[in-house]
Design a binder for this molecule. Structure first.
Ligand code: COA
Length: 317
């Protein structure tokens, strides 16, 4: 559904900021990543979004294209970030049809709630594969294009003036905050996101000399996302919102604005960093003590299993 501009981007940014730029985004049909891409498209970029579900990915791409008349947004479905060849094919098509890749958002992720007792070896591996291997595959498939773009858009090292062509050669990994402390029922995601964070830091130092920047956006609780809906059913949500340091949860616009900041000239000297966009939520020590109806530690001690979570199978291992 087309969104009003104020829903996905603030009015702080200059129209045309990303003219002639191309963004490649995995997980681009999801609530957060589609908003990030929509903001960049609104500001002039063309885009390629990747997803597993063909129909959803193609229809979200069409919808994002409504953010700017003349925008080109390609939706490539049936691409699993765990499969390098499929991802490489999508990158090749993006470059062929849109002319290159200036920005990458590695956003594809897998998540569900499960205690370690419920989490099979394969379930743990599945999330590691989607998050860690998927991010690495995304990096490997896109880095030649990021290097090329970085070369064209370097800040002059003597005068420190930005390139007149704008910015390019930047990657953002979408991570989380739950591994900063620890969160029950999220072991798999915590371990995976810690790996994604380490990957981003390494990219920053290995490709920095070539002008590439690498950063992490760690969203806090964001309204209308699958993740938050899964964690907090409606009645618990009201209490949760009240408990937040800013008295609210985040919007997709909060994440889009952080993305524009990192990809435009405002982020030129920011690399190897994590931009936590959570209204100080993770610093509240009480946040990890319960997940909706599942009070900690009572739920774990009860021996019950987390119910009604998409994708759950019966593996005992
Ligand atoms: N609790 C415990 N184990 C679970 C689970 C749950 N809620 N959901 C999946 N698993 C396990 C499966 O049982 C399976 O392990 P097994 O072979 O030992 O039984 C393993 O994870 C792989 O599951 P499968 O459904 O085959 O994997 P997939 O690759 O098709 O999908 C996900 C993996 C994570 C994408 C899927 O679980 C899912 O759809 N999650 C919700 C959507 C999502 O993650 N969106 C991203 C929001 S951040």
């Amino acid at each position: 559904m087309p969104l009003a501009k104020e829903e996905y981007i603030s009015d702080a940014w200059k129209e045309g900021l990303f003219n002639n730029k191309v963004v490649f985004c995995t997980g681009g049909a999801g609530t957060i990543c589609s908003a990030q891409v929509r903001a960049l498209v609104h500001l002039g970029a063309n885009a390629c979004i990747i997803g597993r579900n063909v129909e959803k990915t193609e229809s979200v791409a069409k919808d994002i294209a409504t953010a700017r008349p003349g925008a080109k947004v390609i939706g490539i479905g049936a691409v699993d970030v765990r499969k390098f060849e499929a991802l490489q094919g999508a990158v090749d098509r993006c470059v062929r049809e849109l002319g290159g890749i200036d920005f990458v958002i590695a956003g594809a992720a897998g998540n569900f709630l499960a205690s370690i007792n419920q989490l099979s070896v394969n379930a743990f591996k599945t999330v590691m594969d989607i998050d860690v291997m998927g991010s690495y595959n995304t990096l490997k498939a896109t880095i030649p294009h990021l290097k090329e773009s970085a070369q064209k858009h370097r800040v002059d090292s003597a005068s420190l003036k930005p390139s007149p062509l704008g910015t390019g050669g930047r990657i953002i990994f979408v991570s989380a905050t739950l591994h900063y402390r620890a969160a029950p029922f999220q072991t798999h995601v915590s371990v995976a996101k810690a790996g994604v964070d380490a990957l981003s830091h390494s990219v920053a130092i290995e490709f920095g000399p070539l002008g590439v920047t690498s950063n992490i956006i760690a969203p806090g609780p964001i309204a209308s996302t699958e993740g938050l809906d899964r964690l907090l059913p409606a009645p618990a949500m009201r209490e949760y919102i009240k408990s937040q340091p800013l008295g609210r949860i985040g919007s997709i616009r909060d994440i889009s604005d952080a993305t524009v900041y990192l990809f435009s000239n405002t982020g030129s000297y920011v690399s190897g960093q994590t931009l936590v966009v959570d209204g100080a939520s993770w610093r509240m020590s009480s946040q990890n003590t319960s997940s909706g109806q599942m009070g900690y530690p009572d739920f774990l001690l009860s021996g019950e299993a987390v119910q009604h979570v998409k994708g759950q199978k019966k593996s005992k291992i």
